[in-house]
Design a binder for this molecule. Structure first.
Ligand SMILES: Cc1cc2nc3c(=O)[nH]c(=O)nc-3n(C[C@H](O)[C@H](O)[C@H](O)COP(=O)(O)O)c2cc1C
Length: 357
């Protein structure tokens, strides 16, 4: 049974930002947590190795509600060094997928949300100015209780001149602004378009390496996680891990899987240029998240690397959490399922206690 989501897809992003979170995430009080703290993520003690990845937690109020509800690793939604508007509404729709989503499919979208739940989301990575998000993130960071860690996510923005040096410098500025908030772990989103090309940044391995090295130089001792997309090609994933996995402290996979999305009449479902294809997440991409975790864990060992693995993609219950952990994920996160099930962290903790996990 789906609960009232804490992000309401029938409202605009701005409305959710101002008035959310909703459902059980509204007016939360910290839930007493009897978990003993015997897990760690990147040197930080965590009560349960489970959280919400970048996206659904729009601002500090959402992050604080997630902490109160027992999500011990919440990620504050990806920010930028300057303001960027959100794509027009709708930004979230349900999609009908039979079984596993394969690439190159066309999906029918609607506002009928049912299980097994898969959705598409299309925001364009909006951001407020650092003058807003820096104090807001700092406040959320301070709200973390024992065994909880807030992660700050960001990405670079193309400069008006189109210069690569300015693009890389923007990542370094972003890292500096995040560091000033007191956040203990930083995540850089490399599963965003490589500005100026049609490809994702994580698929341009030399550029990705240059960027993470520049960010590490700025962050110093603060651990850096990078968020990546599904890699179909094993040779390319191996090269990415050699070049980038040897620099970063953690890798989070996966982001959404792209598909063409139409309405019940066969017309483009999300209005505006460049929005025929959008990212799909939830149940239908679990196979891809799990497969990436398995491959990264195998390659981490054979390449002698030490980065920690954040498993993401279609995790909706304790059984899926367990599958990701057994596949090699150090920690696991859920976006879509957590949005419609605010009790997910508590359910996973109950399961962990029962299973002695
Ligand atoms: C509403 C929403 C917004 C998202 N925004 C971001 C984002 O800003 N940055 C990012 O790296 N990933 C973003 N994502 C992707 C998620 O972090 C995650 O990788 C993806 O949804 C797969 O996980 P899931 O199947 O549990 O939803 C977003 C996802 C959702 C559902």
């Amino acid at each position: 049974m789906l609960s009232e989501p804490f992000y309401d897809p029938t409202r605009s992003y701005e409305d959710n930002f101002e008035h959310g979170p909703f459902g059980l995430f509204a007016d939360t009080q910290r839930i007493p947590d009897s978990s003993e703290i015997h897990h760690h993520f990147l040197g930080q003690p965590v009560a349960a190795p489970f959280g919400i990845p970048a996206g659904p937690l729009l601002n500090g109020r959402y992050v604080k509600a997630a902490l109160d509800m027992g999500f011990d690793l919440p990620v504050y939604k990806t920010v930028r060094t300057r303001r960027q508007a959100c794509h027009p509404w709708p930004n979230v729709l349900a999609v009908q997928v039979d079984g596993d989503l394969q690439t190159g499919r066309t999906l029918v979208a609607s506002q009928k949300y049912s299980e097994p739940l898969s959705i598409t989301n299309s925001f364009g990575v909006p951001s407020f100015d650092p003058e807003f998000w820096q104090p807001d993130m700092a406040d959320a960071v301070r709200h973390a209780g024992p065994g909880q860690v807030v992660i700050g996510s960001f990405q670079g923005t193309k400069s008006e001149s189109g210069s690569v040096a300015a693009y890389i410098a923007d990542f370094v500025t972003g890292a500096r602004l995040l560091k000033q908030t007191g956040v203990k772990i930083v995540e850089v989103n490399l599963s965003c378009p490589n500005e100026g090309t049609a490809n994702l940044l994580c698929f341009d391995i030399p550029r990705a390496r240059e960027i993470v090295e520049a960010i590490k130089g700025e962050l110093g001792a603060i651990p850096l996680v990078t968020k990546i997309a599904y890699f179909g090609d094993d040779a390319r994933l191996t090269q990415f891990l050699r070049e980038v996995g040897s620099v970063v402290d953690g890798i989070s996979a996966i982001n959404t899987v792209s598909a063409a999305v139409v309405d019940e009449r066969g017309e483009q479902a999300l209005p505006g240029e460049g929005r025929l294809s959008s990212g799909v997440c939830g149940s239908a991409i679990q196979w891809a998240g799990l497969e990436m975790v398995q491959r990264m864990a195998r390659l981490r060992e054979s390449l002698g690397l030490t980065f920690e693995i954040v498993g993401v993609g279609g995790v909706g219950d304790a059984a899926a959490f367990d599958r990701f952990r057994r596949a090699g994920a150090d920690v696991v996160m859920s976006a879509t399922a957590a949005m419609w099930n605010p009790l997910l962290a508590q359910q996973i903790k109950e399961w962990m206690q029962g299973a002695g996990a």
